[in-house]
Ligand binder design. Sequence first.
Ligand code: GDP
Ligand code: MN
Ligand code: MN
Length: 254
Amino acid sequence: MRFEAIAVENIPLIHAGDDLPLIICENIELQDRDIVIIASTVVAKAEGEIFRLEDISPGKVALEIAARNGKDARFIQAVLSRSREVLVEKPFMLVTTLAGHTCVNAGVDDSNIEDGFLLYPPVNPDVSASRLGQELEKFSGKELSVIVTDTNGRAFKIGQTGAAIGIYKIKPIKRWIGEKDLFGRILEITEEAVADELAGAANLLMGEGAGGIPVVVIRGLNHYCKENPSIKEIYRPEEQDIIKKGLRCLQKKK
Ligand code: GDP
Ligand code: MN
Ligand code: MN
């Protein structure tokens, strides 16, 4: 068994309004069932989610948080504008985004963008993934899956990995429940986070710096599904999320 991860080379610096699917198709010949993995940074750039730090005027809550955590109130305002809940303020902002993804700084980023600018993540990465997927399928004439990724830290562990934040025609989870283990026992709970695993694999080629590889194609795995699932399937239901409950308790104590 084997699969390939192919870095799509020669992608230029992306600007607002650029036709990302066309640019991708000009630089790789896609095949049926390819999984096209796209860094949210370039999705955000193409969608024009670029803001000048000096143009952001912080509101009351942003100013209060900045007074507590010592960060730039304008940056906090940027994070808040994409967040539905703040879970941690200090030493970093851990939030749940409007789309339901929990991560540091709501994915607002000042790396791989010109000085003085901030890049906001796509507002609805599932919608972005679908739009990109449909265009890629149109240009290539192939059946494709798409994963929009970001780099995320993990609870309990040092080090970041690629994470799926939006998907098109791929299930985020492979359920092993009901399948047999090596000894014939029926598996009862294992759910494999395939979209995150693929994002992690692609991130090995993307890196985090000046590599200039925002798109990676995974070939040779069959995860294509005709329906169009949502990444929201992997967000733990509120009532089961004991980590969030714990963080809320700590927020209240302050
Ligand atoms: P994120 O994980 O989505 O936040 O994206 P990163 O900022 O970590 O960048 C992932 C990869 O995309 C790195 O190899 C960057 O050099 C590359 N990258 C970022 N922006 C651009 C761009 O506009 N054009 C190209 N060609 N590469 C970019
Ligand atoms: Mn990022
Ligand atoms: Mn990254």
